[in-house]
Design a protein around this ligand. Structure first.
Ligand code: HEC
Ligand code: HEC
Length: 272
């Protein structure tokens, strides 16, 4: 059974077509030779990079991936857990090229990247895994599905087989940021950010994110993936004026919850 999302041959074919297109544009519009030859070089590099990935995917067991993620969290942190949860299953099933990937490099993403509290490491890890196995055309929809679900869901939802604590409270972050996610949970649960319960919460959360990601990737491999995340009205309302069809896309965010950061809009603000 081959559930590869895009077979390598299909992808090389597509990428080859794009490269030829670039070459044609280069020779038609390249007034200066140096410009045209530079474009040729870029096209060649694009083809070379494209041939190397996406790496082959075949359906994995979401629960086994979640368990691997939970264990990996305690080895090298949340981003490593997110990435390795998926990749360990592909390494076991497929071998090369997965057996040569230095997964521990993903340790950089712990605690929102080197402790900066930015993007949740579990999300960063699964996004890297999705990117490694997906045609770039479907990468963003798949990642958005996981990111949207994360923001809207009371997490964690997955309890590992051998947990360190029996009960871990849940909270809905309404954000994809480590600091917001962790602090919301701490406020709700009463545990401090340095408590072992908080670490366990992030370990369960990493396992939860990996399980959901495995389900999304499996659906994509089956050809049955349908995005369930829709940008909420609270955000599309803001974007009706501030988005690209309104006053212009003032922000580089079209999806994250606006009022997390803009809770203090003045009484005279036209949007209420
Ligand atoms: C992670 C925090 C964060 C999120 C989420 C966020 N913003 Fe912002 N936004 C900022 C910061 C910081 C600035 C720059 C400082 C300021 O103007 O408050 C800004 C600036 C703006 C400005 C320009 C303000 C000005 O003075 O011109 C608008 C309009 C805006 N944001 C709208 C939105 C909308 C709409 C959303 C949701 C799609 C959103 N923001 C989501 C942090 C955020
Ligand atoms: C009916 C249109 C409309 C809607 C809807 C709207 N805004 Fe605005 N917003 C404006 C206008 C007009 C300004 C002033 C623009 C300027 O000064 O450049 C503004 C200014 C802002 C500013 C900068 C000034 C300030 O008060 O801080 C931010 C931030 C902002 N809006 C965020 C939001 C967010 C978040 C939402 C959704 C909750 C939203 N807006 C919904 C029209 C709208």
């Amino acid at each position: 059974m081959n559930n590869t999302i895009t077979t390598r041959r299909q992808f090389i074919k597509t990428a080859g077509g794009t490269a030829l297109g670039l070459l044609a544009v280069g020779s038609l519009t390249g007034a200066a030779f140096s410009c045209s030859s530079n474009k040729n070089q870029v096209a060649a590099e694009t083809t070379q990079a494209a041939a190397a990935f996406p790496w082959p995917y075949q359906k994995i067991d979401p629960t086994a991936a979640a368990e691997a993620a939970y264990a990996a969290y305690y080895t090298a942190g949340c981003m490593y857990g997110g990435f390795e949860g998926i990749i360990s299953q592909l390494r076991e099933a497929i071998g090369a090229p997965y057996d040569s990937f230095p997964s521990t490099m993903m340790g950089y993403g712990g605690a929102g990247v080197a402790g900066w509290g930015t993007l949740c490491g579990a999300l960063n890890g699964v996004a890297a895994a999705i990117s490694l196995v997906s045609d770039p055309k479907v990468r963003s929809p798949l990642i958005s599905e996981v990111f949207g679900w994360y923001g809207n869901t009371a997490l964690p939802v997955y309890k590992p087989a051998s947990p360190k604590f029996e009960d871990i409270p849940v909270s809905t972050a309404d954000s994809q940021l480590c600091h917001v996610s962790v602090s919301t949970w701490c406020t709700k649960s009463g545990f401090s950010a340095t408590s072992p319960e908080r670490a366990e919460r992030c370990a369960w959360l990493t396992a939860s994110v990996v399980k959901y990601t495995a389900e999304v990737l499996n659906a994509q491999a089956d050809g049955s993936f349908a995005a369930s995340f829709v940008v909420p009205e609270s955000v599309t309302g803001c974007l009706s004026c501030h988005g690209k069809n309104g006053m212009g896309n003032v922000h580089n965010t079209n999806q994250s919850t606006c009022i997390n950061c803009h809770s203090d809009l003045g009484a005279n603000h036209p949007g209420g």
